[in-house]
Design a protein around this ligand. Structure first.
Ligand code: PLP
Length: 452
């Protein structure tokens, strides 16, 4: 820190404050974690100065032998960890991984057949007329994914994201009675919509997904099944989601982040069945420029950590802790979407406390509990104010929290929500975020959170 402070002390201060804040509060954001010192150190070194466009052994820059070593190692660890035939570790983030996957599907299923029909090997060799036809065909494809309010992600075809501009999109939701995925309804929607890509995976669905069933549906309608396991990759790596619930043997392409439940550096990666591997391998230059060698090195370290037997214990504890938390919250009167959890997250419908998600998120933060507001299915408060708070166990489980700790966390959360009063109704325009929290209780909770 002294070295950083000698150049820009405000950055050094912000780093110290971040450490203090993360230590003093309860980090319950479902997409966050604590990477190990080995992973953090692997990111802060000379690899960050290297350019390495291309792939292992096939670079557009000289002097990439050490980058080749770490990229090959990261890919090998990823293949072994997930039992995948092919892994691509260059994407800088989850959104990049999804873009690589989407273009790989388009290249394999739309572009390659068009080149074959035209009798050429490369797009540059197409006539202008054929190129115009191909571009139209590429822009005329469909994606079916989980709706945002049911827990899907923006990158699964939604309009504010580039995926929604690339594809005509339709979505499947969850059963209004149970909050659970209704596979018959997904099948019916897929039959009607005939997507090129069937997306599975989520950011805020508190249950496992049956990927064997999703593959059956994809096969029936001729779709490519892409599973975005960004949130639950750690539970797949830890062999908690196996058989029908393991996306890797069922999906054509799997995308992920490396930094959520998997506890690696911030980044993304793609796993693919052999028929999509060549196209995924062209992620650079299709979607990406130079990879981040320091982050690929840290992915190799994180994947190696996840291959150790202890990681299975961690994954089991993440899910057990989420169950304990869900039970504790329910016992104390909270309403949970789907009634509970079988992964790493719990979604509380905070309208039973008379609050919007935004009010609940802010009140919890006042009390040293860091969560994020989230839409619930058919959310009456929309995507900004929302009616839910999403709570995840990966980070605090990394800190060693067990069942008793998570029961106490549930108690602190329900105490805060019960002691919070909205000062405006949902329709109160600008004052929608206003609330009053019992200050004494907020102080007490902050102290308890720092002590845990
Ligand atoms: N996919 C899912 C399911 C996610 O939850 C997220 C992030 O929250 C992403 C993709 C995007 O990841 P990133 O923020 O690394 O781009």
């Amino acid at each position: 820190l002294e070295v950083i402070a000698s150049v820009e002390p405000r950055v050094a201060n912000a780093i110290s404050s971040e450490l203090a804040d993360q230590r003093a509060s309860l980090k319950l954001i479902a997409s966050e974690n604590y990477a190990s010192p080995a992973v953090l150190l692997t990111m802060g070194n000379w690899f960050s100065d290297k350019y390495a466009e291309g792939t292992v052994g096939h670079r557009f820059y000289a002097g990439c032998q050490n980058v080749d070593t770490v990229e090959a190692l990261a890919a090998e660890h990823a293949r072994e960890l997930f039992g995948a035939p092919y892994a691509y570790v260059q994407p800088h983030s989850g959104i990049d991984a999804n873009l690589v996957a989407f273009w790989a599907v388009l290249a394999t299923r739309v572009e390659s057949p068009a080149l074959e029909r035209a009798g050429v090997r490369h797009v540059n060799d197409l006539t202008d007329a054929d190129w115009t036809t191909l571009r139209r065909a590429l822009g005329d494809q469909r994606m079916l994914g989980m709706s945002l309010d049911a827990g899907g992600h923006l990158t699964h075809g939604f309009r504010p994201n580039i995926s929604g501009k690339m594809f005509a999109q339709s979505s499947y939701g969850t059963d209004p009675g149970t909050g659970l995925l209704d596979y018959d309804a997904v099948r019916a929607r897929a039959r009607e919509f005939r997507p090129l890509i069937l997306m599975a995976g989520y950011s805020a669905y508190p249950r496992r997904v049956d990927f064997a069933k999703m593959r059956e549906i994809a096969d029936e309608v001729g779709a490519t099944l892409v599973v975005d396991m960004a949130h639950f990759a750690g539970l797949v790596a830890g062999k908690l989601f196996t058989g029908d619930f393991d996306p890797v043997p069922h999906a054509h392409v799997v995308t992920s982040t490396s930094h959520k439940s998997l506890r690696g550096p911030r980044g993304g990666f793609v796993l693919a069945q052999p028929e999509y591997a060549d196209a995924v391998d062209r992620g650079c230059p299709m979607v990406l420029g130079g990879p981040l060698p320091h982050v690929m090195a840290a992915k190799a370290v994180a994947f190696a950590e996840a291959r150790r037997p202890e990681f299975a214990g961690y994954a089991r504890a993440v899910a057990d802790n989420a169950k304990t938390l869900a039970e504790g919250l329910s016992r104390r009167g909270a309403t949970l979407v789907t009634g509970g959890t079988d992964n790493h997250l719990v979604l509380i419908d905070v309208t039973s406390f008379g609050l919007t998600g935004r009010q609940a998120e802010s009140a919890l933060l006042d009390a040293g509990i860091v969560t994020n507001r989230n839409a619930v299915p058919a959310d009456p408060n929309g995507a900004w104010y929302t009616s839910g708070v999403r709570i995840g166990t990966p980070a605090l489980t990394s800190r060693g929290f067990g069942a008793d700790d998570f029961d106490r966390v549930g108690e602190l959360i329900t105490d805060v929500l019960s002691a919070t009063t909205p000062t405006a109704t949902r329709d109160g325009s600008a004052s929608k975020a206003k609330y009053v929290i019992d200050e004494g209780l907020a102080d007490k909770t902050r102290a308890a959170a720092a002590e845990l």
